[in-house]
Design a protein around this ligand. Structure first.
Ligand SMILES: *Cc1c(COP(=O)(O)O)cnc(C)c1O
Length: 375
């Protein structure tokens, strides 16, 4: 059910408010790019790659056309190919899994932890086979997975680690940012993400000069120099115009993250004492709240109640990836994934965006309280 933003008292997200804040600077960036006639692989892309990598704390950044393509090219750059297996999780956006399939590899799934929704590191080793090539943790909803454990297992078994950082621009674990733990970090820059383009976009971060070189080659037709197509590559560059606009938005990112944390703190406080579990934050982590996802008793009825009262909310992701039509023939099923299965009927994302006011967050929380008959 899609309800237009204007009928909602509190929308789940609202990019029009952000536009009011950044309009002048974005239009300035657009006016800088358009007259120059250089619309791909220009100076803004190079600058954005450098600035984003510096912000994350990585050596290199490679701008890619989408987060999906970033994951695909990162796996290719790590040598993942037909017959290989890549270990990931069942509770993610389908793009994570598709990227594995695009390489001709097979996704192998492990369950998630009870608290954080992230990959259960202690279950990885049981899934490693001679064909395993990489581990692909997804830092879900805005906090980093148990990377010290995941990287340690990967090193011991000579596996690559590709991080899906599409929810964690700027999130840290032990003070280090998502995208610096594995061999490659992959970020979607879809408009609603914590850092979003004004259209599709993505970026990879890495410290490895070979992976960096391969990523650049894969994203532009397999060439290192013009017309020298050494390998089969792709046409998956981040546009110059998007890069110019992203440079503006990157400057706002730390402030926007603080605003998301402010909204989360209001929810945390006002949702206590209800049959609702608010987000569990690992003490090593700084959560950036791409989504504020609760585990709620009687979730479907709560969702209908909130929508009927003008409070935006949604279930993300309302499936386990192995139960989608595309992966039905893998025959993975539900056994072995008790936590992901249990979460499926409980997860609900509440409105979350940096421009949300405390009053709006309080109204959301009060409506949840009303549903459970508590004032
Ligand atoms: C958004 C997202 C992607 C894909 O990014 P696109 O830019 O939409 O291609 C991949 N993984 C996760 C977890 C995401 O949320």
């Amino acid at each position: 059910m899609v309800i237009p933003t204007q009928t909602m008292r509190v929308p789940v997200e609202d990019l029009t408010r952000q536009w009011q804040q950044i309009e002048a600077e974005i239009m300035e960036a657009v006016r800088d790019v358009l007259p120059k006639g250089k619309y791909t692989l220009g100076p803004h892309l190079a600058a954005f790659e450098q600035e984003f990598a510096a912000y994350i704390g990585s050596q290199y950044g490679v701008g890619i056309a989408s987060g999906t393509a970033a994951l695909h090219l990162a796996l290719l750059a790590c040598g993942v190919g037909p017959g290989d297996e890549v270990i990931t999780v069942p509770n993610t956006y389908i793009a994570t899994i598709f990227a594995i399939s695009y390489c001709g590899a097979t996704p192998v799934l492990v369950d998630v932890e009870p608290g954080t929704f992230n990959m259960a590191a202690e279950q990885i080793e049981a899934k490693i086979t001679p064909r395993t090539k990489a581990i692909l943790p997804v830092h879900l909803y805005g906090q980093v997975a148990n990377m010290e454990r995941i990287v340690e297992i990967a090193r011991r078994h000579n596996l690559k680690v590709v991080e899906d950082c599409s929810h964690t621009h700027g999130a840290t674990r032990h003070g280090r940012k998502a995208g610096t733990f594995g061999d490659v970090g992959c970020f979607s820059l879809y408009p609603t993400k914590v850092l979003g383009a004004l259209g599709d976009g993505g970026i990879c971060t890495t410290d490895d000069p070979d992976i960096h070189a391969r990523l650049r080659q894969f994203r532009y037709m397999g060439q290192r120099t013009k017309y020298n197509h050494e390998i089969i590559g792709y046409q998956e560059r981040l546009d110059e115009l998007q890069a110019a606009m992203l440079r503006v938005k990157l400057r706002y990112l730390p402030g926007w993250i603080e605003e998301r944390q402010r909204v989360a703190a209001v929810y945390d406080e006002l949702l206590t004492g209800l049959p609702v579990e608010t987000p569990v934050v690992d003490p090593a982590n700084q959560h950036v709240y791409y989504m504020y996802c609760i585990r709620a008793t009687n979730r479907d009825a709560l969702k209908d109640y909130l929508l009927a009262h003008g409070i935006g909310c949604y279930v993300v992701y309302p499936y386990l990836v192995q139960e989608t039509g595309a992966y039905a023939d893998l025959g993975i099923g539900r056994a072995g994934f008790p936590q992901a299965v249990a979460d499926l009927d409980k997860i609900l994302c509440l409105p979350m965006f940096p421009e949300m006011t405390n009053d709006e967050a309080a109204l959301v929380a009060q409506t949840v309280r009303d549903f459970y008959g508590q004032s």
